[in-house]
Design a protein around this ligand. Structure first.
Ligand SMILES: NC(=O)c1ccc[n+]([C@@H]2O[C@H](COP(=O)([O-])OP(=O)(O)OC[C@H]3O[C@@H](n4cnc5c(N)ncnc54)[C@H](OP(=O)(O)O)[C@@H]3O)[C@@H](O)[C@H]2O)c1
Length: 294
């Protein structure tokens, strides 16, 4: 029987990448919900009935991929209540509901949960120490899934980019066309993730049955590590822009939300359990940029 999958956040970076990747998985039946069909700001709020969309009421799904989230990291410092409602409270209700329906919950979390002075790649066993509202809300979302879902997978990912939505790669490409010189921070180290690799990985493990067998938390990004400065240099190089990039410290770019100085993740656990290779970030970046049109 075809496995069925429901995805929220259909218009986000991951939602769109899942829609594109789904074309290569004819054995999966995948439905998508946008924010109007499943409004996370309302689910479980006081005095408001939980109005589950028909897709959730009428149909059984084997998997639910929670690609929707409050992702405005700096705005979250002001929108604390909304951020926690969307990223954690709604997740608790969804996890409870989907658990009753025997639907496996796949939650997408963030490298921002790893924010300490460690400077070697984080494993899933390292203690999360999120700083900032968004980061804390993502960890709270993880906890909501763990406590309310009988069967779940949590993927912590980082520096997500693709052709759609707002992201660093698109910003650098635009600046490469507009500016002769820019400054980019070199004291934040992590790993970029091409959203298509993330989407393709999720559908692959559902399709091959591994997602059904596994449970727990997994780190997932592209392989290799870099600073935002190195990442920007590669983007300019691959796109043929001659913009000069000066490496600067984070203190030159004061922003409301704190960023982890080092959030590279060890993916050994993922590779061991799911048996998949992960593309290096530069190879992934080149593939993604090949799709960009001038
Ligand atoms: N982007 C990154 O660098 C990054 C890094 C680490 C982890 N992550 C995690 O990866 C996941 C996917 O991120 P992404 O980059 O695809 O995010 P994104 O492009 O910002 O998409 C988020 C989606 O959530 C939807 N959404 C926001 N508020 C909602 C609400 N109240 N009710 C229902 N839907 C709502 C948005 O709807 P609209 O399209 O209508 O606005 C959008 O479709 C998220 O869990 C994020 O926390 C992202």
């Amino acid at each position: 029987m075809r496995k069925s999958v429901l995805v929220s956040g259909s218009n986000g970076q991951l939602g769109k990448a899942l829609q594109e990747a789904s074309l290569h998985f004819p054995d999966l039946k995948i439905d998508f919900l946008d924010r109007y069909q499943l409004d996370l700001s309302q689910i479980g709020t006081k005095g408001v009935e939980i109005a589950w969309p028909n897709e959730l009421l009428g149909t059984h799904y084997d998997y639910y991929i929670h690609a929707a989230a409050y992702t405005a990291v700096d705005q979250a410092e002001k929108d604390v209540k909304l951020c926690f409602q969307v990223n954690a409270m709604s997740v608790k209700h969804l996890a409870q509901y989907l658990s009753l329906k025997n639907t496996k919950f796949i939650y997408i979390s963030s490298d921002y949960v790893y924010h300490s002075l460690q400077n070697t790649p984080f494993t899933e066993k390292d203690l999360p120490q999120p700083k900032g509202v968004y980061a804390r809300s993502k960890l709270a979302g993880e906890e909501a899934v763990k406590q309310n879902s009988s069967d779940y997978l949590i993927f912590r990912t980082s520096w997500v980019y693709g052709e759609h939505g707002k992201n660093f790669v698109k910003t650098m490409d635009r600046l490469g066309k507009e500016r002769e010189e820019i400054n980019v921070v070199f004291d934040q180290i992590g790993s970029p993730t091409w959203v298509y690799d993330l989407a393709n990985m999720l559908l692959t493990i559902i399709d091959n049955g591994k997602a059904g067998e596994a449970k727990g938390i997994f780190n997932y990004s592209n392989e290799g590590i870099c600073s935002w400065y190195d990442f920007a240099l590669s983007i300019m190089q691959f796109r043929g822009h001659s913009t000069k990039i000066t490496p600067v410290r984070t203190t030159s770019f004061p922003l409301p939300a704190p960023r982890p100085p080092f959030s590279a993740m060890d993916k050994s656990h993922f590779k061991e359990v799911f048996g998949l290779d992960i593309p290096h970030w530069r190879a992934a970046l080149q593939k993604c940029l090949n799709r960009f049109h001038d």
